[in-house]
Design a protein around this ligand. Structure first.
Ligand SMILES: CC(C)(COP(=O)(O)OP(=O)(O)OC[C@H]1O[C@@H](n2cnc3c(N)ncnc32)[C@H](O)[C@@H]1OP(=O)(O)O)[C@@H](O)C(=O)NCCC(=O)NCCS
Length: 154
């Protein structure tokens, strides 16, 4: 496994892996791809995990506008054929190293409470992220917004 920056050829494999996870609606996949298509100066940053020369996962993060030292993890996804092998943790570690290297204080990750995201929540909790907030019925009635975070000593 090797971690690297985003390349323009990654768009199609990223779309394929997002769809293969079955975790995202068509609208969510489109939003994820819009970030891939954004010019790099727009502030969205990427880490790509490659296995045997193929894109196996990726993460997208960036400094949260109008904050001092706060970052958002916008997306993290691993090809279902490569899940539970440590790639997600490696991607999250790479994001956190980049945030810390820039003096970031806080990483924020939003997710949903619906049952389909149970594995995602388990992943964040296994990675030691703190559940900092819950907004009931945010995404839909019965589907809360959960905000996980990690604070860094600066
Ligand atoms: C969430 C996701 C990125 C995790 O990636 P992954 O490569 O499978 O995760 P890892 O193998 O690095 O696992 C890291 C830890 O989380 C745990 N974990 C991962 N998936 C889990 C699951 N389904 N249930 C319980 N724990 C899980 C692992 O056991 C591991 O714990 P350990 O190291 O203490 O043993 C991946 O499952 C995925 O792409 N899901 C669909 C997309 C998604 O929901 N993205 C997040 C919203 S943007």
């Amino acid at each position: 496994m090797r971690l690297r920056d985003l390349a323009s050829a990654d768009r199609a494999p990223i779309e394929a892996l997002l769809r293969a996870t079955n975790a995202f609606t068509d609208a969510e996949v489109l939003v994820a791809l819009e970030l891939v298509d954004e010019p790099r100066e727009s502030g969205y940053r990427f880490v790509v995990a490659e296995v045997d020369g193929q894109v196996a996962g990726y993460a997208c993060f960036g400094a949260t506008p109008c904050t001092v030292g706060t970052y958002d993890l916008y997306w993290i996804a691993v090809d279902p054929a490569r899940q539970n092998l440590g790639l997600g943790r490696a991607l999250l570690d790479a994001v956190e190293s980049a945030v810390r290297a820039e003096g970031g204080r806080l990483l924020v990750i939003e997710t949903a409470s619906k049952p389909e995201y149970a594995a995602t929540r388990a992943f964040y909790e296994r990675c030691g992220l703190e559940l900092a907030a819950r907004i009931a019925d945010f995404y839909a009635r019965g589907d809360d917004k959960l905000v996980y975070c990690r604070r860094y000593a600066t």
